[in-house]
Design a protein around this ligand. Structure first.
Ligand code: IPD
Ligand code: CA
Ligand code: CA
Length: 264
């Protein structure tokens, strides 16, 4: 548990992180005017650009300089040093939604979850082109562009909007039942933002079957502050140290979705 003094110092960490997010976003927008250097990673759905790598390097340099006792777990390499969540760890996706970044030049985010001894303290998810900053500090609620987000309210599956990538329908996971029972399915292909949308009620649940800690850490911290629930797809706690499935949901429909998930 963090005490009041630590909480005040995390307020400063949050302010600093927000400034760096703005700075990194300016860099991203500038680079978008030129030619991106794009590399395919594991398969054609998995891209990385020089911008992803440079944004991570930017945060690594800034954090090392300003907070030398903090550590960084970032997608583009710095995760390799991190084997536990002791002390203060920044979990960073420098660009979440790189396929959108490359193909659409919109619908991508910078995502940061700052954890202390394994506990989510700060959540920051910034939609760069939409200029929407979702932020949270433990015990103080979550905000969207400075406006406090209300706690999630009662909902039912037949009135819920869900989100998952269409590809998961090919895998026999029981998602067809969710398509039939819910109000509708959306797909944004930017996990951090989809979790932020659950936190602000634009979506009621987001489901995925292969996410890394940096995809979900920022969104997870946001959800804690509005009463949202996030576990893996079989209802177990997330570890933030390895890849896992995800069910992030409004608490009023979480159990119903889990029941459908468990039938498979
Ligand atoms: C990806 C996005 C996408 C999700 C993938 C992630 P990246 O992150 O969040 O929505 O479906 O599993 O890998 O590669 O764009 O940072
Ligand atoms: Ca990602
Ligand atoms: Ca990424």
């Amino acid at each position: 548990m963090i005490n009041e003094r630590e909480n005040r110092s995390f307020e400063d960490v949050k302010k600093q992180a927000e400034l760096w997010i703005r700075e990194a976003s300016q860099y991203i927008k500038e680079k978008m005017k030129g030619t991106l250097s794009i590399t395919t990673k594991a398969h054609q759905h998995d891209l990385v650009t020089d911008v992803d790598q440079n944004v991570e390097k930017f945060f690594l340099d800034k954090i090392t300089d300003k907070f030398p006792d903090h550590r960084l777990m970032g997608e583009e390499g710095s995760f390799e040093q991190i084997k536990d969540l002791e002390g203060t760890v920044w979990i960073l996706d420098p660009i979440d939604g790189t396929v959108n970044f490359v193909h659409q030049k919109s619908n991508f985010a910078i995502s940061i979850g700052i954890f202390h001894d394994g506990e989510p303290i700060i959540g920051l998810v910034y939609d760069v082109m939409g200029d929407e900053l979702f932020s949270s500090l433990k015990g103080q609620g979550a905000m969207l562009n400075g406006e406090k987000l209300p706690a999630l309210t009662k909902n039912s599956l037949n009135e819920a909007l869900l989100s998952f990538n269409a590809g998961w329908l090919l895998k026999e996971r029981g998602l067809e039942e969710l398509v039939e029972s819910s109000r509708g399915i959306r797909s944004y292909a930017v996990a951090a933002l989809e979790m932020a949308y659950v936190a602000c009620g634009r979506l009621d649940a987001y489901i995925s079957f292969n996410l890394a800690p940096w995809d979900i850490a920022g969104g997870y911290a946001l959800l804690q502050e509005v009463g949202g629930k996030a576990t893996n797809y079989t209802g177990e706690e997330l570890t933030f140290l390895e890849k896992d499935t995800l069910l992030a949901a409004n608490p009023w429909i979480y159990d119903e979705i889990l029941e459908i998930a468990r039938k498979k």
